[in-house]
Design a protein around this ligand. Structure first.
Ligand SMILES: Cc1cc2nc3c(=O)[nH]c(=O)nc-3n(C[C@H](O)[C@H](O)[C@H](O)COP(=O)(O)OP(=O)(O)OC[C@H]3O[C@@H](n4cnc5c(N)ncnc54)[C@H](O)[C@@H]3O)c2cc1C
Length: 548
């Protein structure tokens, strides 16, 4: 469905869309927003599916953003893109705001001439994304389980993040029952996983599922030059650079390629992707690149131990096996603490943001936003957001900010005319139709609840580095982040450091073991920074290995 009030532009659109996509899709072009909405309602009433809605931003009766927002209510799975004229600067602001609030998926310049391949590349991209997520497809894996059980959710998440086509069938549904019956399984032990070739796995571990899918769950060799632990952006970059520079490289990943970035629906600040890129897509590309360069990947296995054995570093895996290497890169990242409120989880990225206030701030112009958290990161976010938002409310669980936030920041917040601090509150609910609209707050002392209108909620309640499994030889700060390089020398040479040379950049207190990305103390918690550190660490490893 394309809507544009400019008849000439609409004519070119219709021609281009019909010509390329008419054989596989129905193309509908309308000259005004009302006709477009009527068409979308009719398709909905007839039980049809819409793959893509395109709308010009500046139409007389309704903006494109407003039309796409309403289209989303009628067809939540359709891709939505704003059509813009070449060089029209007036659309920059609405695009930024609408994209940040998840009201549009993207923007696209109208076709300038027949066979405008840039236009078609974008249209194919939208259709690919829609088909990938919503068109019935071959299911390599069918899962029968309790809809709301944690393990069912984990399996869906795991399969989705690893781009494995699957279907989930609630055990109480007719299809679920039929599938269970057809493979002679019962509902006593769930989830039951049925593979494309008919094999059945009952409540499998991640490793057992990976193995059944033909994925490597054991290292191919006994010794490597580099073991990379974690396949988030930092680990993937290390794998690409290590393998491309001739180091025998293996990557251990227990969950899904892409790490935290893999859960981001759209990364907008990564260099070279002006329209943004989904974390899953970025991770898949990085994986393909590393794989093509011959890095090994081992799935479903967590690193649970690490020790030095002479010049080797030995990593113990969760199945009890071991693998050795001459150097190790720790890229295990952090896990942002979440509020655990289901209504808010569903709106992540559509007004609810974890730990990434700076990149969303500009889009908050004129909005009422909330920040949860009482530490410096929350304070900095509030101050930054106050430059753009009409009002910022800080929600703090404790009874004062003084204990958790630096004094200068408390004063800065108190001086800001458009920041309010509310103490002793929990966020217990979030509501909105495709985008956050309101929050429910509960007073910790009285238990009284209150609904407040909110355009955005920034959750900054801390992040936990995934380092609990490391040996004492690897020094961490009091929050668990790995201390590296010159930071190790701040309180004198670490006691276990036996070498004449100082620790290298990103090197931990155990020589030959490097830490990069979010897990490293002092790192910038961003995809680009993690990628940069992962690649630089390989240069350090060359230096380390050549120094004997
Ligand atoms: C929802 C969300 C949106 C974000 N959006 C943006 C954005 O738009 N732009 C931006 O720049 N940044 C964004 N970030 C931040 C960015 O994703 C992180 O800075 C980046 O992913 C850090 O990369 P990393 O490789 O250091 O760690 P991670 O991405 O955390 O990856 C670590 C990996 O290590 C694995 N692992 C953990 N423990 C072990 C173990 N014991 N053995 C083996 N493997 C292990 C994990 O399974 C994980 O895959 C976002 C973060 C989140 C959560």
């Amino acid at each position: 469905m394309a809507v544009d009030d400019d008849p000439a532009a609409l004519g070119v659109l219709q021609q281009e869309l019909d010509k390329r996509y008419g054989a596989d899709y129905r193309v509908i072009c309308e000259a005004n927003a009302e006709a477009g909405l009527r068409g979308l309602e009719q398709i909905q009433a007839a039980g049809g599916q819409v793959a893509l809605v395109l709308a010009d931003q500046w139409m007389p009766t309704m903006t494109g953003v407003a039309l796409l927002t309403r289209a989303n209510r009628l067809h939540p799975t359709a891709q939505r893109a704003l059509l813009i004229d070449w060089g029209d600067r007036t659309t920059a602001e609405p695009i930024l705001q609408a994209a940040t609030f998840g009201q549009i998926d993207d923007w696209i310049a109208k076709p300038s001439q027949p066979a405008d391949e840039r236009f078609h590349q974008a249209i194919s991209g939208f259709l690919y994304e829609w088909a990938r997520l919503h068109r019935p497809q071959f299911q390599a894996v069918r899962v029968v389980g309790e809809q709301w059980s944690a393990r069912s959710h984990e399996l869906r998440d795991l399969l989705g993040r690893n781009s494995i086509p699957f279907g989930f069938y609630p055990v109480d549904s007719e299809q679920g029952q039929t599938l269970l019956g057809s493979v002679d399984a019962t509902r006593e032990r769930l989830p039951v996983v049925v593979l494309f070739d008919g094999r059945v796995l009952v409540d499998p571990s991640n490793a057992a599922l990976a193995e059944a899918l033909g994925v490597r769950t054991r290292p191919a060799a006994a010794i490597y030059d580099v073991i990379v632990i974690g396949a988030g952006p930092a680990g993937l970059a290390a794998a690409v650079y290590g393998a491309s520079e001739g180091l025998r490289t293996t990557v251990l990943e227990p969950e899904a390629i892409g790490g935290q970035a893999g859960s981001s629906s759209k990364i907008r600040n990564y260099l070279g992707f002006p329209r943004g890129v989904s974390g899953a897509e970025l991770a898949q590309r990085a994986y393909d690149q590393a794989w093509m360069l011959r890095a090994d990947f081992v799935y479903g296995q967590r690193a649970v131990g690490l020790q030095a054995a002479g010049p080797d570093r030995v990593v113990r895996l969760s199945d009890g096996s071991e693998v050795a290497s001459r150097a190790v890169i720790l890229a295990t990242g952090v896990r942002y603490r979440r509020l655990g409120v289901p209504g808010l989880e569903a709106l992540t990225g559509a007004g609810v943001f974890y730990g990434a206030a700076a990149s969303e701030a500009q889009a908050m112009k004129g909005q009422r936003v909330y920040v949860v958290g009482g530490a410096n990161s929350a304070g900095q976010a509030a101050v930054h957001l106050a430059r753009y938002a009409s009002h910022v409310t800080m929600l703090v669980r404790g009874s004062s900010l003084a204990a958790t936030m630096s004094d200068y920041l408390v004063r800065e917040i108190q001086a800001a005319p458009n920041v309010t601090i509310r103490l002793g509150l929990d966020v217990v609910g979030g509501h909105g139709d495709g985008r956050l609209a309101s929050l429910t707050l509960r007073d910790r002392r009285s238990g009284a609840t209150q609904n407040v209108a909110a355009s955005a909620l920034f959750v900054l309640i801390g992040a936990e580095p995934r380092t609990g499994w490391l040996p004492e030889a690897i020094q961490r700060d009091r929050w668990g982040f790995i201390v590296t390089g010159a930071d190790l020398l701040q309180d004198g040479t670490p006691p276990q450091w036996m070498l004449d040379r100082p620790p290298m950049l990103f090197e931990s207190s155990l020589p030959g073991v490097f830490a990069v990305g979010d897990v490293r103390r002092g790192s910038i918690k961003r995809v680009a920074a993690a990628v940069g550190e992962g690649s630089v660490a390989i240069q350090m490893i060359h230096d380390y290995l050549s120094s004997g």
